[in-house]
Design a protein around this ligand. Sequence first.
Ligand code: MLT
Ligand code: ZN
Length: 470
Amino acid sequence: MTDRSQLLSALADVVGGRYVLTSNEDVAPYATDWKRSSTGVPACVVRPASTSEVAGVVRHCRELGFTIVPQGGNSGLAAGAIPDSSAGQVVLSLNRMRAIRSLDPVGMTIEVEAGAILQTVRENASEVGRMLPIAIAAEGSATIGGVIATNAGGLNVLRYGMTRDLTLGLEVVLADGSVASGLRHLRKDNAGYDWKQWFIGSEGTLGIVTAAVMRLVTVPRHSVTTLLSVTNLDAAISLFELTQQDIGEALSAFELISAQSIDLIERYAQLKSPIAAGEWFILLEATSSLSGLRDAAEAVLAAGFEIGWVVDGVVAESDMQARQIWALREHVTEAEARRGSSLKHDISVPLTRMGAFLADAEAALETVAPGAGLNLFGHLGDGNLHYNVLLEPDHDQQAINRVVHDVVVKHGGSISAEHGLGQYRVDEWLRVAPDADLRLASTLKTALDPDGLLNPGKILPSKLSHSKAI
Ligand code: MLT
Ligand code: ZN
């Protein structure tokens, strides 16, 4: 028997033969990312139905020398859940583990299996007046396990934090096949290391998340959604400062969309902006259990007009109009993809450096890709900009990445604010990351997965032998 046929029969014993996928047709949806920009060739896809089955799969893969690529809803933006082309990796899909194990509206927690779809979890919470405030465009396919593995951000980070701020407990299958059980429903727990944090954002390289306890919040009774256009970035940042003062903790989104992005949306997503253009557009949302938000938003808008920051603006009159405004923001990525290929840079810098970053990045880009088109948008309130370059056939992608990331580093920023490193950003991270970050990452990887069984080549290179890290 070949190693592969031994593997297939061992995995079939664990999960049942029909859940070990091998034909090209069955495997295809798990081997390519949703953008179709990365495709691998796995040894097989295995779909366990329980934590003990996941542990069994891990043990067999380890014994037979196959590495594992854990996969949730396959909606990531850095190809972190896509296998390589060696036919030596097993894609372990969590998509049969979808149970909502418990929902506690008083303690405001929900315990779910890793393969539960984010949208389903949010719907379950909202049925009892609670909300899991992770708002991403891929909520219909993203799974809780994937959201945790990538420490997903999204549209409400400003108010509620990243996924790590909303995760109370985890159950994880480790690389030796043992199970770490930490499904705690506690807000406060200072007993020892907070080990769940090691796995959140680890992109499946340290362990396989099989279940989680998430923190819920109350569903706000009131909300106001506003779309504004502003003269320039300084005006956008000044308006953010004013909004923080006057709307404060009720501010739940302060999204930035460039005029070029609106142009792409109008051309490729057939949507229309309801207001006249400025250099930038701002989508401002505030939510609260208390009333009075509309007056507060109108006052901010009026002040912005008076000072000369705001070119045009509209406060949504109905839920329908609010949804139309949000649709503009939510279609930016789709419009970008319909135009053609692009090179994404998911960067963050301190907000006070954003203007200088943009000026320097534009000058640097001009040296390697003169006149390149840009799709700039993001979560201004979090200092997180999607600096996406619209690719042309003659563009040198590596040169573009380098100049943009060098400017990010110069301004004290991060080359991956919310999408993770996956396989796309590994080289660049190794190039720019501080030594301490790389050394600690190698130490953790070596301690938890000494043989490199879990998702090799993601975050860190397959062989931890790069000179900077060790
Ligand atoms: C978003 O904020 O819409 C996504 O994170 C960005 C992207 O697709 O680049
Ligand atoms: Zn984003």
